[in-house]
Design a protein around this ligand. Structure first.
Ligand code: PMP
Length: 285
């Protein structure tokens, strides 16, 4: 079945899904995006994703391309036309096409791109064995709360992780505290069952999976604690894990080559993953 994408008002064959060279998304990464998981053909946690998309637009003063209800219709229509049962849908809004100049155009017409694709199930070994991370300096800009497409620093850091044989890079600020991963949020579990992740200020992207896992903490008898933690604290933690739309919840068993706990996925991360999977499955039923 041919893949169909939505570009600036039209559903087009994916091979013809192109934008103009003077689109500011291309010229300046002057654009934001969302990636939403699809299960049983339905969007997982749609309301929170569209809330965050609107927030990113507000923070950058990019006009909304269409009212929220219409945007949701287009997003679901792309999923439907591609017959994606399990996968992801990508929504990008740019400040539109304009003669190249840094300052905003006078009357911007935002650009909108929506693409969807099926994904393979996550390899079972990732959950069963856990994953490794390396820690490297966070070289990104100071507004990581905005889901901007300006991802070059994330790309470079992820490439470094890949070349080191690690699943993810945990990024570290000037004070030695972990901010987050290149495409995921970072968590530790303390010995007294506190679930610790960085405060959702300007230093990290407030992940939608992060919010869902925070909601689940109480059901697992865990105390949710938002604060920065250091690389040293993470290495000494009872458990560590990461969360994100693509990764879901994955145990982190090695940090810079050193085992976390006994080097095996711990019960807290495994139980949170099971609870998350059950919640997502029932929401998409
Ligand atoms: N931080 C960064 C930098 C990310 O790119 C992502 C993935 N979108 C996340 C955290 C996790 O966010 P979410 O759970 O919404 O996918």
């Amino acid at each position: 079945m041919p893949r169909v994408s939505y570009v600036n008002g039209r559903y087009v064959p994916h091979g013809e899904a192109t934008i103009h060279v003077e689109d500011r998304g291309f010229q300046f990464a002057d654009s934001i995006y969302e990636v939403i998981a699809i299960q049983n053909g339905r969007l997982v946690d749609a309301a929170r994703h569209f809330d965050r998309l609107e927030r990113s637009l507000r923070e950058l003063r990019i006009p909304v391309p269409m009212p929220r209800a219409a945007l949701e219709v287009v997003t679901r229509e792309v999923v439907r036309r591609n017959r994606v049962g399990r996968g992801t849908v990508y929504v990008q809004v740019t400040r539109g096409r304009a003669r190249r100049e840094h300052a905003f155009p006078k009357s911007p017409v935002p650009g909108l791109v929506v693409t969807a694709r099926p994904t393979r199930p996550q390899p079972a070994a990732l959950l069963a064995e856990g994953v490794s991370v390396i820690t490297i300096p966070d070289i990104r800009w100071a507004r990581r709360d905005i889901k901007s497409t300006a991802l070059i620093a994330n790309v470079l850091c992820r490439q470094q992780a890949t070349e080191a044989g690690a699943y993810e890079a945990w990024l570290v600020d000037a004070d030695g505290m972990v901010t987050e991963g290149t495409a995921s949020n970072a968590w530790i579990v303390t010995r007294d069952r506190h679930l610790v992740t960085r405060t959702a200020d300007h230093s990290i992207l407030c992940g939608i999976t992060r919010l869902a896992v925070a909601d689940l903490a109480a059901t697992q008898g865990l105390v949710f604690e938002e604060r920065p933690f250091s690389v040293e604290e993470a290495k000494r933690a009872a458990e560590a894990f990461l969360t994100g739309t693509s990764s879901i919840v994955l145990p982190v068993v090695r940090i810079d080559g050193a085992p976390v706990g006994d080097g095996r996925p711990g019960p807290v991360a495994r139980n949170l993953r099971a609870a998350y999977d059950a919640m997502a499955a029932s929401a998409a039923a």
